[in-house]
Design a protein around this ligand. Structure first.
Ligand SMILES: Cc1cc2nc3c(=O)[nH]c(=O)nc-3n(C[C@H](O)[C@H](O)[C@H](O)COP(=O)(O)O)c2cc1C
Length: 304
């Protein structure tokens, strides 16, 4: 018996619950031989309206059970994305959402307007949680008014699905979650990286040129499960869980904790086949438990 792994995220139907996380799968074109048959959807690397160079190297540092990155949202800008990548996405059999960024709410809106209606772009993931930029980024993600203003600016410019990616660097993630839900978000993605720092004791300074970086990988998983669960309890829209998923059991933790789907990031760097293995492992678990579909998985989601 084959198990039904499909997921409905609002109006968007996905063939499976395992998605590629922004910044860890490039534009999907870099690794042509990678098996994409299990991919529910892909979120592209974060993009601004205009091209950006990102931060100076070193940009990544390995840490216990994780990594720090400070890429600084390097990207080719909207025109190049529309010209070079979207036409290829249009041929794929899974949706591609663009991770969008800006230094002001109006810049997010302008970027959305430029990308809306372009064949190959199935929706938007608003990044209000990047810790590695001087302007914008995290600022929008830890203020409910700013988070709502950015969401509204994007919502006004598109009828496509709008997801909002939340930062863990907040006192109460439920407050931000509710603010962006009210502003028109179709789904939430929880979470982006934690701000961290690593020191090179031989050079007496930070290992990253940006000084700090975003911590990802298994080191953050229990924190991420908790925050995704808190977000899911706070809203009615679907939550996509992210943070440290390496294998199927990790993804199942997020799903049982109330998430509708998951994104896999850092794991792909360690194991290029991680997404397919997580997908298949979830299917095997559901079959072993006697469930015919992912919808039948019991969820732990007490409402206050
Ligand atoms: C190298 C790298 C680049 C990333 N770039 C982005 C980005 O452009 N936009 C974004 O929203 N998140 C970005 N992220 C965050 C991931 O999408 C994800 O939220 C985070 O890494 C936690 O998941 P993980 O532990 O599975 O990696 C990046 C992460 C890494 C490691």
């Amino acid at each position: 018996m084959t198990v039904d792994m499909s997921v409905a995220l609002g109006a968007m139907k996905l063939r499976g619950p395992v998605l590629a996380a922004s910044g860890t799968f490039g534009y999907g074109t870099e690794v042509p031989l990678l098996d994409r048959s299990a991919l529910g959807a892909m979120v592209s690397k974060g993009i601004f309206l205009r091209a950006r160079e990102g931060t100076a190297p070193p940009r990544i540092a390995e840490t216990p059970s994780g990594m720090l990155n400070a890429i600084g949202l390097q990207g080719p800008g909207a025109e190049a994305l529309v010209r070079d990548y979207a036409p290829r996405w249009a041929e794929w059999d899974f949706p591609v959402l663009v991770n969008i960024n800006g230094e002001s709410a109006s810049e997010y809106g302008e970027l959305t307007a430029r990308l809306d209606g372009v064949a190959g772009i199935a929706g938007f993931e608003i990044n209000i949680s990047c810790p590695n930029v001087e302007q914008g980024g995290l600022y929008f993600g830890n203020d409910p008014h700013a988070a709502a203003a950015v969401t509204e600016a994007v919502r006004k410019r598109t009828k496509l699905p709008v997801w909002v990616k939340l930062t863990p660097m907040v006192g109460d993630i439920g407050v931000i979650a509710r603010a962006v839900e009210s502003a028109g978000a179709d789904a939430l993605c929880a979470i982006n990286t934690f701000v961290g720092m690593s020191i090179d004791i031989n050079s007496y300074g930070p290992r990253l040129s940006f000084r700090t970086g975003g911590l990802s990988g298994p080191a953050i998983r229990p924190l991420a499960v908790h925050l995704a669960h808190q977000a899911a309890r706070a809203v009615r829209i679907p939550v996509i869980g992210i943070g440290g998923i390496m294998r199927a059991d990790d993804a199942l933790e997020f799903l049982v904790a109330g998430c509708s789907a998951v994104q896999v990031g850092t794991a792909t760097f360690v194991n290029p086949n991680a997404i397919a293995e997580v997908h298949d492992g979830i299917g095997a678990f559901l079959t072993a438990k006697g469930f015919g579909s992912l919808d039948e998985l019991p969820r732990y989601l007490p409402r206050d």
